[in-house]
Design a protein. Structure first.
Length: 265
């Protein structure tokens, strides 16, 4: 039967079935109704398919369960929160309903300066700047490759070509980020875990490029992130220093965390 031919009773039944499926993961329906700000009696009517929620209540339900308004029309197991591969039914129990949420306390939104050994010049290092931002439960990353690095690879150095973006998810002992340039021209995997420091604003891990093995370049190296917030007085000087540098140009604590004299394993 087409969607336009469904009766109000059929739509109520579909919504009630989806809501029961979404509520099944919660031990207490009463507590769930309180969290949603919905009267328990009215919530029971939604569950039984006797009633539709008002638009504002529907929006609250969709946001709470990370689904969209198709919850009125299609089985929730088929729609998920979006149509991308990460939210597909096939990966949902492994990657989470979107990706595992990252809390502000664990990884604050704002700018981070990072440092790592260069992939193309083994005797040099790279300083850069990335922005971490939130959109609902999702945590995203955005940055720009240094112009000189693009030129060395024969790639246009305009801002559109240099830009990269990615998503970050929480894993057992840290964070994993999948990052790519526009149209997936290049991609990398990043791992980070927090380091004990005075201001609690450092993370260390590694970055791996998705390229073929080569005797003349590196595919994986240590990586340091330092949270610097959103103040222009801190962000702009870091942006001006982005690019290649020598080890001695890096901050002492960055040098220590990168362990330049120890082989990466």
């Amino acid at each position: 039967m087409s969607l336009t031919a469904r009766s109000p009773a059929q739509l109520r039944s579909m919504f009630g079935s989806n809501l029961r499926r979404l509520a099944a993961d919660y031990a207490s329906i009463s507590a769930l109704a309180r969290d949603l700000g919905i009267n328990r009696t009215q919530f029971n009517r939604y569950l039984s398919g006797e009633s539709f929620p008002r638009p504002d209540v529907l929006a609250r339900i969709c946001e709470f369960f990370s689904v969209d308004a198709r919850v009125l029309l299609e089985p929730v197991d088929q729609i998920g929160p979006s149509s991308g591969p990460i939210s597909s039914k096939y990966l949902r129990d492994f990657m989470g309903p979107t990706v595992h949420p990252v809390s502000e306390e664990d990884l604050p939104s704002g700018f981070y300066q990072f440092a790592r050994r260069s992939f193309v010049r083994n005797d040099q290092y790279v300083r850069g700047l990335v922005l971490i931002k939130r959109d609902g439960d999702n945590t995203f990353l955005r940055g720009f490759e240094p112009k000189i690095a693009m030129a060395m690879q024969g790639i246009p150095a305009d801002a559109r070509a240099r830009e990269y973006r990615g998503f970050i998810m929480h894993i057992e002992d840290g964070f994993a980020a999948t990052v790519a340039r526009r149209n997936a021209m290049t991609a990398s995997f990043n791992y980070l875990s927090r380091v004990t420091s005075f201001q609690n604003n450092f993370w260390v891990g590694y970055v791996a490029r998705t390229v073929r093995e080569s005797s003349s370049s590196t595919r994986m190296t240590r990586l340091v992130y330092e949270y610097i917030g959103n103040s222009p007085e801190r962000v702009l000087p870091c942006a001006r220093k982005a690019g290649f540098c020598q080890l001695d140009d890096l901050m002492p604590f960055h040098q220590r965390l990168l362990q330049p004299s120890d082989p990466f394993r």
